[in-house]
Write a protein that binds this ligand. Structure first.
Ligand SMILES: N[C@@H](CCC(=O)N[C@@H](CS)C(=O)NCC(=O)O)C(=O)O
Length: 205
């Protein structure tokens, strides 16, 4: 049995839930983090000393770090599909997975400022700097997608999952951003996937 701990509005938990549903896995999810608490209990800390979500337990194997969890589930259940089998194709997918944290860093002040901070307490300068940095990164992704439907090529892989979650926030926060046709077409393609619609493209909270 696969157990997943994490609240559904966490961008990093979304990655794991999306991967699990893409792979058709049966799992049980328990709310944890922010208003749900749990992450500071001795039981949780014994699994994840970072006191963060997500964490999984797969038949006795405990794992944290969302991208590592996606890699693990994809390799275990989707080798040759979600996880590319060929070494360089796999490295390419992993590169885009890791790059998603670069995007997350740029978006952090934007997301927290506009979605989780009341207007009177917002740091407008930090939000604007994050917006500009995020656009620069979105342009890199857009260029990569100009000649291919998915981040690594012709098929959907684990490489699309973390970036897709970060870009969902970028495209759904109320900011000015340039039209990026290849990025938008890729995002619309992700929108055709039930596991993306169920877990990722939900209202930001
Ligand atoms: N690099 C870690 C980061 C985990 C992380 O920062 N999780 C956030 C939610 S996205 C968290 O646990 N925040 C505290 C909380 O929800 O209580 C991962 O990708 O799993």
């Amino acid at each position: 049995m696969l157990n997943i701990w994490g609240r559904v509005n966490s961008v990093n938990v979304k990655k794991v839930l999306w991967a699990a549903d893409e792979l058709g896995l049966k799992y049980e999810r328990a709310d944890a983090g922010m208003q749900f608490g749990v992450t500071k209990t001795p039981e949780y800390l014994a699994m994840n000393p970072n006191s963060l979500v997500p964490t999984i337990e797969d038949d006795g194997f405990v794992l944290w770090e969302s991208h590592s969890i996606v890699r693990y589930l994809a390799a275990k259940h989707g080798m040759g599909k979600l996880c590319p089998a060929e070494l360089r194709a796999r490295a390419d997918a992993e590169r885009w997975m890791d790059w998603a944290f670069t995007f997350q860093s740029a978006m952090r002040a934007v997301f927290w400022g506009l979605i989780r901070t009341p207007p009177e307490k917002r740091d407008a300068k930090a939000i604007e700097e994050g917006r500009v940095a995020s656009i620069r990164l979105a342009e890199i992704l857009d260029k990569n997608l100009e000649d291919k439907p998915y981040v690594t090529g012709s098929t959907f892989t684990m490489g699309d999952i973390p970036v897709g979650c970060e870009v969902q926030r970028y495209l759904r926060v109320p900011i000015d951003r340039p039209a990026l046709p290849a990025l938008q077409a890729w995002f619309d393609r992700l929108g055709q996937r039930p596991a993306f619609r169920k877990n990722v493209d939900i209202p930001l909270t």
